[in-house]
Write a protein that binds this ligand. Structure first.
Ligand code: GRF
Length: 221
């Protein structure tokens, strides 16, 4: 189901930890006046630092603790029930560290978006920066994509590129990638808010042909 053509889009953001991407979305939405509302921030851990930040700003928050559910399916059903109380147009994964079941993903087809810290299809899964260093790639980055049942393989909306520099550690790379994440994800969510993103046959089109490749602002981040 696509959101209506002219409306304030409702975003629900899912986090597991510090939530710096969530913050970048909240701040850009307010500063740039997107036709969108952050309807809620939901975490699977009560101590996710980003929850307190969102609550302080008056954004509705909720916790669905994955440890309280006996199976992945049961957790995903509870999570979907919680999400749906906020009636979102889009569900944005922003450092949400749970693998989601096909039933959950299918429920939100075309409305579930993730940011992954690599240039997909390279390095799906965890430890992407260490994987990048181990194989010697010279460019690394992030990908914002629609989520499909195959982990980290959905249609690509936009990517951000950073160089890999001599002597980089995984932490150096993580910091540099995060810098470009905070530009790519807000740009994508603005397009979503403006109703400019179409998904057809596994390929994404952004109305107006906005450039969908972003670069680090300096070689160091
Ligand atoms: C980011 O690198 C994101 O790409 C990955 O997890 C990290 C979350 O960071 N999925 P934050 O919680 O948004 O600060």
């Amino acid at each position: 189901m696509s959101p209506p053509a002219s409306a304030t889009r409702r975003f629900v953001i899912l986090i597991s930890g510090r939530g710096s991407n969530m913050r970048s979305l909240v701040e850009a939405c307010a500063a740039e006046g997107w036709p969108a509302e952050i309807a809620a921030v939901i975490a699977n851990k009560a101590d996710a630092a980003g929850l307190a930040w969102a609550a302080e700003r008056g954004i509705p928050t909720a916790v669905v603790p994955h440890k309280a559910y006996p199976t992945r399916d049961a957790f995903d059903v509870a999570l979907a029930e919680c999400i749906d109380t906020f009636a979102p147009d889009y569900v944005l994964l922003a450092g949400f560290m749970r693998v989601l079941t096909p039933a959950f993903v299918t429920r939100y087809t075309g409305r579930l978006v993730n940011i992954h810290p690599s240039l997909l299809p390279a390095f799906p899964g965890l430890h992407t920066h260490a994987q990048a260093l181990a194989i010697g790639v010279q460019a690394h980055g992030c990908t914002v994509h629609f989520v499909t049942p195959v982990l980290d393989h959905g249609p690509i909306i936009a990517q951000g590129v950073v160089p890999v520099l001599v002597g980089d550690t995984a932490d150096d790379l993580a910091e540099r990638v995060l810098g470009v994440e905070h530009r790519v994800y807000p740009a994508v969510c603005r397009w979503l808010a403006e109703g400019r993103v179409q998904l057809a046959d596994r390929l994404v089109h952004v109305e107006g042909d906005a450039p969908r490749l972003f670069f680090a602002e300096s070689p160091h981040g």
